[in-house]
Design a protein around this ligand. Structure first.
Ligand code: ADP
Ligand code: MG
Length: 419
């Protein structure tokens, strides 16, 4: 694969696919510009080399139609402040007006294309859209790690048509960091997996257990732990859990046991009546069942301490998924406690996942983590050992890539957008 510095960009048109899928406030302004900032090193490096930048991203889920509240103008305004240059946003993704605007733009200005998902061809990898986008540029750079697991037009279709293609600096760093987890990680390797559902993360749980060696450990929290506990016969009351995943939980535990891998589940939880409960009640599992109207919404202090002891000895840590309903401050302690333990550890640490990363930023501990990934779904697929379609498309001679070998396209192609 070429790298960014190999591309000839001087006064040439460079299409940069970025992940500017940022949260917006009700008034339409950018609430959190982390994702825009994450692409700045690549954008600045290209501008310093006099590239004419055409930047492209999706934003939200417009599902193939123009939605004024998801137009790119507010993102362009923020980008203009950060890059300190004029950012021009056309009305459309491709078309004569866009081509004219691009041709009229010098290397002093920047074009930010309209929301890619306003075009119905983006998520379908439509060849016409790919050709239209490719015709705008002489070189292609992908810095949208969070979108690399999607076989969308701007991710796989466009690079197939532009020989001068390379990953951006952010994408390069993501791949390098995540490779340290899958290629001879320093051991003990400890993974913490939480979040809402076993079904979202079953394949990564299996992949982790299969990569692990004796001494490595899997720590499970969040609502996902409820499903494991219930699968083992625990009474979880009204807690979020997935009865149709009990068999999958047992499979993970059996695979781990066969390989001498420790899997830790919470031994205590914090319960409440409903998601808005202002106060949490401590409950040691086994002391009494979770009541019919109660929900386990966080891991308890004993579990935080037990998980913390294992994390303190780890040499490599991967964390995906909050330990509880951290959006409610009464149930944020588990996630915060794990964030502290990971931050304090001397292990090489990687955190991924939209909600986990949001919680980490709230904790103020993000700068004590070695790598905070900008991609949830994409980072999980790398850990599973998959080749990301967007990365394969950057190879000099990409083998014909079957992005969907099993013939099962995503049930929801918009799920986990940019996460
Ligand atoms: P990530 O985005 O980091 O991959 P997920 O999307 O899988 O994480 O899950 C995050 C969501 O799971 C959060 O909204 C959090 O409130 C919720 N959650 C975690 N634990 C629980 C629990 N015990 N009960 C209900 N919701 C939970
Ligand atoms: Mg999430």
């Amino acid at each position: 694969m070429l790298s960014l510095s190999d591309l000839d960009v001087d006064n040439r048109r460079v299409l940069v696919r970025v992940d500017f899928n940022v949260p917006l406030d009700a008034d339409g302004t950018v609430r959190d510009d982390t994702r825009i900032r994450a692409a700045l090193p690549t954008l600045r490096a290209l501008r310093e080399r006099s590239a004419r930048l055409i930047i492209a991203s999706h934003l939200g889920r417009p599902k193939g139609a123009f939605k004024p509240e998801l137009a790119m103008e507010p993102v362009g305004a923020r980008l203009a402040e950060l890059l300190e240059c004029e950012v021009r946003v056309p009305d459309e993704v491709i078309g004569d007006g866009v081509t004219k605007l691009v041709n009229d733009t010098t290397n002093k200005q920047v074009v930010l294309l309209q929301n890619l998902r306003f075009h119905p061809g983006e998520t379908k990898n439509d060849p016409e859209l790919a050709a239209g986008l490719a015709s705008l540029a002489d070189a292609y750079v992908n810095d949208a790690f969070g979108a690399c697991h999607r076989s969308h037009a701007s991710v796989v279709g466009v690079p197939a048509k532009i020989a001068a293609r390379a990953p951006g600096l952010l994408l390069e760093r993501e791949l390098k960091s995540l490779r340290r987890l899958t290629h001879e990680p320093d051991r003990p390797f400890v993974a913490i997996v939480g979040g809402a559902k076993v079904s979202d993360k079953l394949s990564v749980l299996v992949a982790l257990v299969e990569q692990f060696r004796a001494g490595d450990a899997l720590l499970i929290g969040g609502a996902m732990a409820n499903t494991f506990l219930a699968a083992a016969g625990g009474e979880l009351g009204a807690s979020l859990h997935e009865p149709d995943r009990f068999r999958d939980c047992k499979t993970v535990l059996e695979k781990a046991a066969a390989r001498d891998i420790r899997v830790l589940l919470p031994t205590d939880v914090m319960v409440g009546h409903g998601l808005d409960t202002p106060e949490a009640t401590h409950l040691r599992l086994g002391a009494r069942p979770v009541g019919n109207e109660e929900m386990a919404l966080d891991i308890g202090p004993d579990s935080i301490a037990q998980f913390g002891q294992i994390l303190a000895r780890a040499k490599t840590i991967f964390w995906n998924g909050p330990m509880g309903l951290f959006e409610n401050p009464a149930f944020a302690q588990g996630t915060l406690g794990i964030a502290k333990a990971v931050a304090q550890s001397e292990a090489f640490s990687v955190v991924g996942g939209g909600d986990s990363v949001a919680a980490l930023h709230e904790s103020g501990l993000a700068d004590q983590i070695d790598h905070v990934s900008t991609g949830g779904g994409a980072s999980l697929e790398l850990i599973e050992g998959k080749v990301l379609p967007g990365v394969a498309a950057l190879a000099p001679d990409p083998a014909p890539f079957d992005s969907d070998p099993a013939g099962q396209a995503d049930a929801d192609p918009y799920a986990e957008d940019g996460e």
